[in-house]
Write a protein that binds this ligand. Structure first.
Ligand SMILES: Cc1cc2nc3c(=O)[nH]c(=O)nc-3n(C[C@H](O)[C@H](O)[C@H](O)COP(=O)(O)OP(=O)(O)OC[C@H]3O[C@@H](n4cnc5c(N)ncnc54)[C@H](O)[C@@H]3O)c2cc1C
Length: 437
């Protein structure tokens, strides 16, 4: 790490950021950075972003940030919140009906089609001046300590900025290229079959085993068994339908990690289960098999030169059962932009160190919650105590949280700690005020 100098005068000139990756983390960082007056170039290797994709949920901790951006109304138009989720064991017996509040701790949740929500954020980022460039595959990262610059390589060309934010997802190249991490993404031991289709075209409304989804005009059910759980939901007055089935998978992820799944393989996961599961799965015209990758917690998110930082899944991949992966990426983006604003152009490396400390323990705890929820869901009905409650967790520490305010509140004290005690990675030392409680 470079030694940090800290002028007492906060620099007000805008910071130049290069953000790599137009997922939710990269977009959130671009948006909040523009709102705070920084200049942003966002580079995305895909040619465009799809407007479709299956379901994603943003809890109130992210809803609060979306609402600060003035996007609440637009997001509500595509919102597909269900009032409750009915959980069954694999034999079809109801084990819980869990209310899913639209609003909690004074803020809304926003749920819906991944692509529709993404498009709303993308449009807003462009509107407020983020320079978003598609078909830009970043192949290298560099830093120049003498000139206080960092940058990336695209098509053999170097682009420079004050800071590079790598939000390049769970299969991040930046971790290796910029951080020197040798940890390849590895299989989590699970994969998800995913399908989204039109209910009427596929006959959900005609089959007596599935028509309840259509009649309800939007319903949400889950079935759980040993090492497998399946969620199924109808949306938009029952016209659209989605199911996801998480299953054990020990195949090599390097061969392929998202590829067409076979409906016959999905059906074999629910053999002997409630016949409604089979009826639901069979209706899908096709599905994808999505490998869930995992990484050990990275000891640091910052490069040795101090000007490249990884955020979102690139720093901390999440299991879907946390229902927080994208949300934590959005929080990262907002917290980073906030801290950089406080640090100023001349203190970017210090800003990144403060950012890493502020976020590390909270994210680690949210990751662990995904694992414990999965383990809770994946017990066989026979192994479950009769009074054992099975539900999705909505803990206050996680959801009643404002990432911007938290970053502002902690900035000075964390900065002072680092300047007095010296920088230590949060994997070695959690600064007391950064402990997630
Ligand atoms: C089945 C499933 C359900 C989920 N449900 C939820 C949920 O309900 N709620 C929730 O909060 N989270 C959920 N998650 C997790 C969530 O989807 C991820 O945590 C989140 O999308 C990660 O966002 P990201 O921006 O960090 O990465 P990504 O979305 O992976 O974005 C990375 C971007 O970087 C680009 N990129 C990569 N390499 C380069 C390069 N070299 N140059 C330029 N661009 C590059 C990629 O093309 C991509 O667009 C779910 C995940 C799964 C698999």
């Amino acid at each position: 790490m470079p030694s940090i100098s800290c002028p007492s005068q906060v620099e007000s000139s805008p910071i130049d950021l290069i953000v790599v990756g137009c997922g939710f983390a990269g977009l959130a960082c671009a948006i909040e950075s523009r709102r705070k007056g920084h200049n942003v170039i966002l580079l995305e290797k895909r040619t465009s972003v799809e407007s479709l994709g299956d379901v994603i949920s943003f809890a109130p901790n992210t809803g609060r940030l979306f609402e600060k951006w003035g996007l609440g109304e637009q997001l509500m138009e595509v919102n597909t919140q269900h009032p409750h989720m009915t959980l069954h064991n694999c034999y079809g017996e109801i084990i819980n009906v869990q209310p899913l509040p639209q609003s909690l701790y004074g803020c809304n949740s926003y749920n819906g089609r991944r692509g529709e929500i993404h498009q709303i954020l993308l449009k807003y980022a462009k509107k407020i001046g983020a320079d978003i460039r598609f078909s830009q595959d970043v192949t290298g990262y560099w830093e120049d300590g003498e000139r206080n610059k960092a940058g990336v390589v695209v098509d053999g060309q170097r682009i420079e900025a004050d800071v590079v934010v790598a939000a390049d997802g769970a299969r991040s190249r930046a971790r290796k290229l910029a951080l020197g991490c040798e940890d390849d993404a590895k299989p989590s031991g699970y994969a998800v079959y995913r399908a989204w289709f039109n209910s009427k075209e596929q006959g959900i409304d005609k089959d007596p085993l599935t028509d309840f989804f259509y009649k309800e005009g939007g319903d949400f059910h889950g079935w759980i068994g040993k090492d497998v759980h399946m969620l199924a939901m109808s949306f938009k007055s029952g016209d659209e339908f989605c199911w996801v089935l998480t299953h054990r998978d020990d195949n090599d992820i390097e061969e392929s990690w998202s590829f067409p799944g076979k409906i016959s393989d999905v059906l074999s996961c629910v053999e002997g289960w409630d016949p409604r599961c089979r009826a639901i799965i069979e209706k899908a015209p096709s599905c994808v098999d999505w490998k869930l990758v995992y990484r050990d917690p990275s000891p640091t998110w910052i490069s040795s030169g101090g000007r490249v930082v990884v955020i979102g899944d690139a720093a901390h991949p999440f299991l879907p059962t946390s229902i927080q992966g994208a949300s934590q990426g959005v929080e990262d983006g907002v917290a980073l932009a906030t801290v950089l604003k406080r640090a100023g152009k001349k203190n970017v490396p210090l800003g990144l160190q403060v950012f890493e400390h502020i976020r590390y323990d909270r994210v680690r705890r949210a990751q662990q919650q995904g694992i414990s929820t999965r383990d809770k869901l994946h017990k066989s009905p026979d192994a479950r105590a009769e009074d054992e409650e099975v539900s999705l967790p909505f803990p206050e520490w996680l959801l009643n949280f404002d990432a911007e305010r938290n970053a502002n509140d902690l900035y000075e004290v964390v900065k002072a700690y680092i300047l007095t005690e010296g920088y230590k990675r949060p994997s070695e030392l959690i600064i007391p005020c950064c402990r997630s409680v």
